[in-house]
Design a protein around this ligand. Structure first.
Ligand SMILES: *[C@@H]1O[C@H](CO)[C@@H](O)[C@H](O)[C@H]1NC(C)=O
Length: 183
């Protein structure tokens, strides 16, 4: 199958994502990443648009399974209904523990989930990039917080870090975290 044909096949899929020419950038990730401290609940504050996340009140809960993998439970409100997706995260190489892989289906390969920075207690910046034929790449980015609100100066700090790595924060969208049900 020719590359051009493959590209045409992929176009409807990728047009909904954020795609850019060239291979994936290689940003710095969190040194000495401690997954234990990272576990628990994170709220999505901003993201690079992702077609599979159209709702509001996005949150993720990471917990350790007995088999050593990480259970990922993503929750969002979409059309007034709570949508839950469960996935699995793994750390393929412990020497680079901040480079996780996440999959939400038995049939899909692990997508990169790179923690660029986190203080574990308030903010995390996550980046995901997949090369397509080294011609272009599909990327996602998230600014996560331990609470539904992140002070503007912390958001700016996270954005500046992404800008420094060449990631286009001007296409990021704020996640609606208002009027979410909390328990
Ligand atoms: C996160 O998941 C763990 C394990 O399933 C559970 O014990 C915990 O209550 C959950 N936390 C939140 C905030 O949902």
């Amino acid at each position: 199958m020719s590359a051009v044909y493959l590209l045409l096949l992929l176009l409807p899929l990728i047009s909904a994502q954020t795609t850019r020419w060239g291979p994936c950038p290689t940003p710095q990730v969190q040194p000495n990443f401690n997954v234990q401290q990272y576990l628990g609940r994170w709220y999505e504050i901003e993201k690079l648009p992702a077609s599979f996340e159209r709702g509001k009140c996005m949150e993720a809960n990471y917990s350790l399974r007995k088999d050593g993998t990480i259970r990922v439970v993503n929750t969002q409100i979409y059309k007034d209904k709570v949508r839950v997706a469960e996935g699995t995260a793994v750390i393929p190489d412990v020497r680079e523990a901040a480079k996780l892989g996440v999959s939400f289906s038995y049939f899909t390969p692990y997508s990169p989930y790179w923690v660029l920075t986190t203080d574990y207690s308030s903010v995390a910046v996550v980046y995901s990039c997949t090369d397509v034929l080294r011609l272009f790449h599909i990327e996602y980015a998230w600014i996560l917080s331990r609470s539904r609100f992140l002070p503007p100066e912390t958001v700016r700090y996270a954005q500046e870090l992404l800008i420094k790595e060449g990631i286009d924060v001007f296409r990021m969208k704020m996640t609606d975290q208002k009027n979410c049900k909390d328990n």
